[in-house]
Design a protein around this ligand. Structure first.
Ligand code: ZN
Length: 251
């Protein structure tokens, strides 16, 4: 048990007993922790502990069992994420991916920073599919998955077009297409963009314009990668998939 100060991002909260809440917070200094908040409705910092909120916590951190909050200050609320159902669905999925990717209590300030930056970009109105795809690809190695989309798995040629082979868990150049008769037959622009998304720093991300048809191909390919190599089934992803038809109706 120790008293500490740390930045923290609220992942979610749930009711606990009648009036209390458990709030899962991704802290910069101590990883993801579950905080017990007694009498939540009456606590002075209830509004600071909503989902999509980041703040500076003064807290008692316990390595076993719940941790406890003493104070929350410098609170940042991602208002657009809370207000827009589409941005909200993307942010919720990114948050649940971050939650699944590492164990609780595991120190990972890089993932905390990456998650926070992703939410900031969503909140600022960056292309939500692109931010989500970048997050999905760059968080893969925390699931133990390492894929190289920058070269042919056989001759290491770095200039495309490339196709993807699940058999070799890597890319094939046209000279090596024959190595896998069941290669993916992807649009080569998919691998080009996937490689870009895997390498790019969110701080370098400029406004990017990708046609809906290409976005759909990227979506399908990343879903395939997650099915094959990660195998998690998140409710937030299912919700997001179900939403894809809504956008057209609401336009
Ligand atoms: Zn090759």
């Amino acid at each position: 048990m120790r008293d500490a100060e740390t930045q923290g991002l609220v992942l979610y909260s749930r009711n606990y007993k009648e009036k209390d809440k458990l709030v899962k917070i991704f802290t910069e200094s101590f990883g993801k922790r579950m905080f017990f908040v007694k009498n939540f409705g009456k606590s002075s910092y209830a509004s600071s502990l909503q989902a999509f909120t980041d703040g500076k916590l003064t807290a008692t951190i316990n390595d076993g069992g719940f941790s406890f909050i003493e104070d929350v200050s410098e609170v940042v609320v991602y208002k657009n994420i809370s207000a827009d159902i589409f941005i909200n669905a993307h942010a919720s999925y990114i948050i649940s991916l971050a939650d699944s990717a590492i164990s609780d209590n595991q120190y990972d300030p890089a993932l905390y920073g990456f998650l926070k930056r992703s939410l900031e970009l969503l909140d600022q109105g960056f292309d939500m599919e692109v931010v989500t795809n970048i997050f999905e690809l760059q968080v893969l190695h925390r699931f133990g998955v390492s894929l190289n989309f920058s070269e042919c798995a056989f001759c290491h040629k770095t200039v495309g077009p490339f196709d993807f082979s699940y058999k070799f868990s890597g890319c094939l150049c046209p000279r090596h297409f024959d190595e896998d008769l069941r290669r993916s037959h992807l649009d080569p622009n998919v691998i080009y963009l996937i490689n870009l998304f895997q390498e790019i720093s969110l701080d370098e991300l400029k406004k990017i314009s990708i046609k809906a048809e290409m976005k759909a191909k990227i979506r399908q390919f990343i879903d395939g990668l997650y099915d094959e190599y990660v195998g998690i089934h998140l409710k937030s992803k299912k919700f997001l998939d179900g939403m894809s038809g809504w956008a057209d109706i609401m336009k």
